[in-house]
Design a protein around this ligand. Structure first.
Ligand SMILES: Cc1ncc(C[n+]2csc(CCOP(=O)(O)OP(=O)(O)O)c2C)c(N)n1
Ligand SMILES: [Mg+2]
Length: 655
C-alpha cells in the first residue's frame, strides 16, 4: 500500500510505521515474528521492504546491528512481546556498545490487558530503558508517526544507538490518518547538520600534535559512522602522525598505509602497546576509549597530553586536556582548512618521518602470526589467518565472534577499506554468522566471512539455514577446540576448576552445514586449509569450514601455551546410527558390507566431508526462494561509503 494522497485517507499503524522506515532508508528487516507484529510485516511488504526470518531473535538483532554498522543507516529487527523482546536484548546491548542505529519494534499485549500480567506481557519500556538509547510504547495510534520520526532521530543523531518501540497489538492494527505525503524527508529523517567546531580549540588540538615528539592518533567507530576514513588519511599524512585503531575497528584506516600501526585491545601486536606507552601526545578521534581499547583504562597513561574529539566524549577515567564535542567529519574538515593556511612548526618533520618508518617496521614484524612450527594435530590458527589475508578478495567483509581464536585474526588480518570488518565491542558470542548474513544481504556483490569458535558458532548456527534460504554468499570458519576456550584458559590460569562448565562435546559442524543446505568441509591439517578455502570462495552458496584445533593454541599472545593443566583429547564424534527402515532402503545400501558404521567412525575424507553428496539440498534454495526478485530490494549500487571509491590503494592491495 502506498500512502494515499486523498484527504482523509487512513492506514494501519503497521503501514504507517513501515512508511516511516522506508523514508528513513530502511530496505530490509529481520525478525522472528509473532501474531502481535503481523500488521507491521504486511506494511513492510507493501512498502517493498524485504522481510528476513531468522532462527532466533538474537540473530535477527545481530543481523540488524551488522547492517547498521555497515550502512550507518537505521536497521530494523522485529520480535514479539516479552519472549521475542527478551531474545532481542543481546543484539540491542551490542548495538548500544557499537553505537549502531538499530530500531527494534516489538509487539505488546492488547492495550486493555496491559498491567494484568497477560500472556507474554512485560513492561518493555522499563525493561529496555537501561539497554537502549530510547524505549517507548505507542499508546495512542495517532502518535505512531511522530514517535517513529523521533525514534529514527534518536537512533541516528548524536551518538547513534538502538531504540525500542513497543506496539500493543490493537494499536498496530488501528487505523490512523495516512502520513503526510511528501517528496521531502521530514526533518527528523534528514541527516544531521553539525555546527562548526570552535576554531581556537581546533588550533589547540593541532598544536598538541605538532608540538609533540611522538604523537599518535587513536581512531574509532566515530570515523566509520562519519565516513571520514579518507579525511583521516589526509590529516594523518599532513601531520605525519601515525594512527592506531580502537578495538574491533581495524577497518577505520587502511592497514597497509605506512602510518597504520595496528588495532588496540585483545590481540594487539606488542609493538602497538609499546608505541602507545611511548606517545607523548594522543588525539582520540571518534572513540569512547572503552575498557578493551585502553587495555583496562591504562591508556592514555599518566603524563600523556591528550585530546578527544567525539560527538559524545566519554570513557577514560582521566580527563583529556582538550575535549571537543563534535562530529569527527566536521572536525577533520576544519582542521584541514587550518592546516591549509597555517605553516605548522612540527618539531622536526624529518625526524618524525624517520620514526614513523621504524614504527611501521615494528608493527609489520609484530603482526607475523604464522611463524611457529606446527605439524598438528589440527590446524595452526596463525597459518589459517595468514592464508585468509593472502587469499580472500580485498573487499571481503569479515565478521568475528567472541573467543580466543579471534585474537589471531585481530593481529594477523589486514583491512584495506572501511566496512570490511564487522565485530561487536560488546563481545557477544553468536555474533559472527548473523552479522555476516546481514552484511551480504545489503552488500550483495561481496563475500562475507564469519569467524567463530565452536562455542560461539553453535549459539546461532541454526541461521546457516537462513543464509541458504536468503542466498547469502558467505563462508563460516569454525575454530573448534572442543571448549569455551577463552573461559577455560582463565580457569587454567587460576589453576582451579579445569573444564568446569567449559568442556564441550564434539559436533560435526560440516554435517550441520550440510543438513542446512550449505556446503560443509572439515579441515584437519594446514595443508587442507587453502584448497578448502578456495573451494569455498568458488562455491556459490554458503560454506562452512570446520577447523580442528589443538586446545593448547589459545590466544595469539600466548602462542602455543604451556598449560598448567592436563588437556584431555577432544571428544570424538559418536558414529551416526541410521534408522533401519527396511522397505525403503535401496538394495545396494542395505547389502553394502561397510555401510553399518556403528563402531568405526567414517574414514576421514581428504579435505571435503560432504562435497557432491548433497545435490538435492544444493538445488533447494533455488526452488524455495521467494517469488520476488532475490536481492532487488536491497541492491544498492556499491555503497555510499565515501572511502570506497576514493581510497585508491593501488593494485598491490588487491590480493
Ligand atoms: C553470549 C556470551 N556468553 C558468554 C560469554 C563469555 N565468553 C567469552 S569467550 C567465551 C568462550 C568462547 O568459546 P569459543 O566460541 O569456542 O571460542 P574459543 O575461546 O574457544 O576460541 C565465553 C564463554 C560471551 N562473551 N558471550
Ligand atoms: Mg572453542
Amino acid at each position: 500500500m502506498s500512502m494515499s494522497e486523498e484527504p482523509g485517507a487512513t492506514v494501519t499503524v503497521g503501514a504507517a510505521l513501515a512508511e516511516g522506515l522506508a523514508r528513513a532508508g530502511v530496505k530490509i528487516a529481520f525478525t522472528v515474528p509473532g501474531e502481535s507484529v503481523l500488521g507491521l510485516l504486511e506494511g513492510l511488504a507493501a512498502r517493498r521492504i524485504r522481510v528476513v526470518a531468522a532462527r532466533h531473535e538474537g540473530s535477527a538483532a545481530f543481523m540488524a546491528e551488522s547492517v547498521a554498522q555497515l550502512t550507518g543507516r537505521p536497521a530494523v529487527c522485529i520480535g514479539t512481546r516479552a519472549v521475542g523482546a527478551s531474545n532481542l536484548a543481546i543484539g540491542l546491548h551490542a548495538a548500544r556498545a557499537d553505537s549502531a542505529p538499530v530500531i527494534a519494534i516489538v509487539g505488546q499485549v492488547r492495550s486493555d490487558l496491559r498491567g494484568h500480567e497477560a500472556f507474554q506481557e512485560m513492561d518493555l519500556v522499563r525493561a529496555f530503558e537501561p539497554i537502549v538509547k530510547w524505549a517507548v510504547e505507542i499508546k495512542d495510534p495517532g502518535e505512531a508517526w511522530a514517535i517513529l520520526e523521533r525514534a529514527v532521530a534518536a537512533a541516528t543523531r548524536g551518538r547513534p544507538g538502538p531504540v525500542l518501540l513497543s506496539v500493543p497489538v490493537d494499536v498496530m492494527d488501528a487505523l490512523v490518518a495516512a502520513p503526510p505525503v511528501s517528496d521531502v524527508k521530514p526533518a527528523a529523517l534528514r541527516s544531521e547538520h553539525h555546527a562548526e567546531p570552535d576554531p581556537t580549540l581546533v588550533r589547540k588540538i593541532l598544536h598538541l600534535l605538532a608540538d609533540a615528539r611522538r604523537p599518535l592518533i587513536l581512531a574509532g567507530a566515530g570515523i566509520l559512522r562519519a565516513r571520514s576514513t579518507d579525511a583521516l588519511v589526509r590529516f594523518a599524512e599532513t601531520m605525519r602522525v601515525p594512527v592506531v585503531a580502537s578495538w574491533r575497528r581495524a577497518d577505520v584506516f587502511p592497514n597497509d598505509h605506512p602510518l597504520y600501526l595496528g588495532m588496540t585491545g585483545n590481540g594487539a601486536p606488542e609493538s602497538l602497546r609499546a608505541r602507545l606507552d611511548a606517545a607523548d601526545a594522543l588525539l582520540v578521534l571518534g572513540s569512547r576509549l572503552g575498557e578493551m581499547t585502553t587495555f583496562g583504562y591504562q591508556i592514555p597513561g599518566p603524563g600523556v597530553r591528550w585530546a578527544q574529539v567525539d560527538v559524545e566524549p566519554r570513557g577514560a577515567p582521566n580527563r583529556p586536556e582538550l575535549v571537543l564535542a563534535a562530529d569527527v567529519a566536521t572536525f577533520l574538515r576544519s582542521a584541514q582548512r587550518v592546516l591549509g593556511h597555517a605553516a605548522f612548526e612540527a618539531t622536526s618533520l624529518d625526524e618524525r618521518t624517520a620514526a614513523n618508518v621504524v614504527d611501521r617496521a615494528d608493527y609489520e614484524a609484530a603482526t607475523v602470526v604464522d611463524a611457529e612450527a606446527w605439524d598438528g594435530p589440527g590446524v595452526h590458527p596463525g597459518r589459517v589467518i595468514a592464508t585468509l589475508a593472502r587469499v580472500l578478495p580485498a573487499d571481503s567483509i569479515i565478521t568475528s565472534d567472541a573467543g580466543d581464536f579471534g585474537t589471531w585474526a585481530a593481529r594477523g588480518l589486514r583491512f584495506h577499506r572501511p566496512g570490511t570488518f564487522i565485530s561487536s565491542t560488546a563481545g557477544p558470542m553468536g555474533f559472527a554468522l548473523p552479522a555476516a548474513i546481514g552484511a551480504v544481504l545489503v552488500r550483495p556483490g561481496r563475500l562475507a566471512v564469519a569467524l567463530a569458535g565452536d562455542g560461539g558458532f553453535a549459539m546461532t548456527m541454526a541461521d546457516l539455514e537462513t543464509a541458504v534460504r536468503e542466498r547469502a554468499r558467505l563462508i563460516t570458519i569454525v575454530f573448534d577446540n572442543g571448549r569455551y576456550g577463552a573461559t577455560w584458559r582463565v580457569q587454567n590460569q587460576r589453576g582451579e576448576g579445569n573444564g568446569l562448565g567449559t568442556r564441550l562435546g564434539a559436533v560435526d559442524f560440516a554435517g550441520v552445514a550440510d543438513a542446512c543446505g550449505a556446503l560443509g568441509l572439515t579441515v584437519r591439517t594446514d595443508e587442507e586449509f587453502e584448497p578448502a578455502l578456495r573451494q569455498a570462495i568458488e562455491a556459490g552458496r554458503p560454506v562452512l569450514l570446520h577447523l580442528t584445533l589443538d586446545p593448547r593454541w589459545t590466544t595469539v599472545e600466548a602462542g602455543l601455551a604451556e598449560l598448567a593443566v592436563e588437556v584431555e583429547p577432544a571428544p570424538e564424534l559418536a558414529p551416526r546410527v541410521e534408522l533401519e527402515v527396511e522397505p525403503s532402503l535401496p538394495p545396494e545400501t542395505a547389502s553394502e558390507p561397510e555401510a553399518a558404521p556403528t563402531t568405526e567412525p567414517e574414514p576421514e575424507p581428504e579435505v571435503v566431508s560432504v562435497p557432491e553428496t548433497a545435490p538435492e539440498r544444493e538445488a533447494e534454495p533455488e526452488t524455495a526462494s521467494e517469488p520476488e526478485p532475490a536481492s532487488e530490494l536491497v541492491q544498492e549500487p556499491e555503497p555510499e561509503r565515501e572511502a570506497e571509491p576514493d581510497l585508491d590503494l593501488g593494485a598491490e592491495l588487491d590480493r
